[in-house]
Design a protein around this ligand. Structure first.
Ligand code: 0L1
Ligand code: MG
Length: 258
């Protein structure tokens, strides 16, 4: 696809995120949009954020669990880029007005102590991890009605929009199958296991190293890698208190402003 068209799509998606205003699916006007085109659009749209002064802080993996794939009808693992403007401090309230139609996902976050790139083993991936934390991702599709096809969601930075990270833990523990509870206003809405992430969260990190390297980039020391949603993602609404607890590694919470 011609560069000027890729740039135009990137600006549309960046504008939709910036103004919290939904836009039609790119695939409706361009049904031939390829996955490779979509990742180029993603990079160009994140470049718009970087040009406004945001800083890259890592990457997110998306659609890494059956529950997530079934919820949105897309059956591929995807990745996206995270910036510092997406970080929400644990325990604080986020402004609902920043988002189009946000949802929340319980996740595991990795903090990297060494770079990771290309085809790596799970053992090599673990050796590059400084710490793991309970986390939540706020996803917000910029498309109308939260509806998209694979290339749409990739171009839209895999719906990346916010992340909240709890306390960091030593990664030497077995975190392959830890119980997960997502509560909204004290009510348990979703339960799951870290095993829902590709069978083991480390597999998501292995996939991240491969996919990010294929795009000519690296996972760097100091990066955060969000491993992907464990359960289906409920809608957020003003006034809610959201908490995720992961067995053995702690809890993380935030509120949504009224
Ligand atoms: O992080 C995720 O698993 C979501 C990826 C994009 C699909 C969605 O918006 O639900
Ligand atoms: Mg996610």
């Amino acid at each position: 696809m011609a560069m000027d068209k890729l740039e135009r799509y990137a600006e549309i998606l960046d504008g939709a995120a910036f103004h919290a205003c939904a836009t039609p699916q790119l695939m409706h006007t361009d049904p031939e949009l390829s996955v490779a085109d979509a990742y180029q659009i993603q990079k160009l749209s994140v470049d718009c954020r970087l040009a406004r002064g945001e800083r890259r802080i890592g990457v997110k993996m998306g659609l890494t669990s059956r529950a997530k794939m079934q919820q949105v009808g897309v059956e591929e693992v995807v990745w996206g880029r995270l910036t510092d403007a997406m970080l929400i401090e644990e325990g604080t309230a986020l402004s609902f007005a920043r988002f189009v139609h946000p949802r929340v996902e319980p996740e595991v976050a990795f903090l990297m102590k060494a770079p990771l790139s290309g085809k790596v083993t799970a053992a090599a991936a673990l050796a590059a991890v400084e710490a793991i934390a309970p986390a939540m991702e706020i996803i917000d599709s910029r498309y109308e009605n939260f509806k998209f096809a694979l290339s749409d969601v990739i171009a839209d930075n895999a719906s990346a929009s916010g992340l909240v990270i709890g306390s960091w833990n030593d990664p030497s523990m077995d975190f392959s199958n830890l119980g997960v509870i997502l509560e909204i206003d004290g009510q348990v809405l979703e339960v799951g296991s870290t095993a829902a992430i590709l069978g083991h969260p480390l597999r998501s990190l292995v996939a991240a190293a491969r996919l990010v390297a294929a795009a000519g980039e690296d996972i760097a020391a100091g990066d955060i890698v969000m491993a992907g949603g464990i359960t289906a993602a409920p809608n957020l609404a003003p006034g809610q208190t959201i908490r995720t607890t992961i067995q053995g590694i702690g809890a993380v919470m935030f509120q949504v402003e009224v």
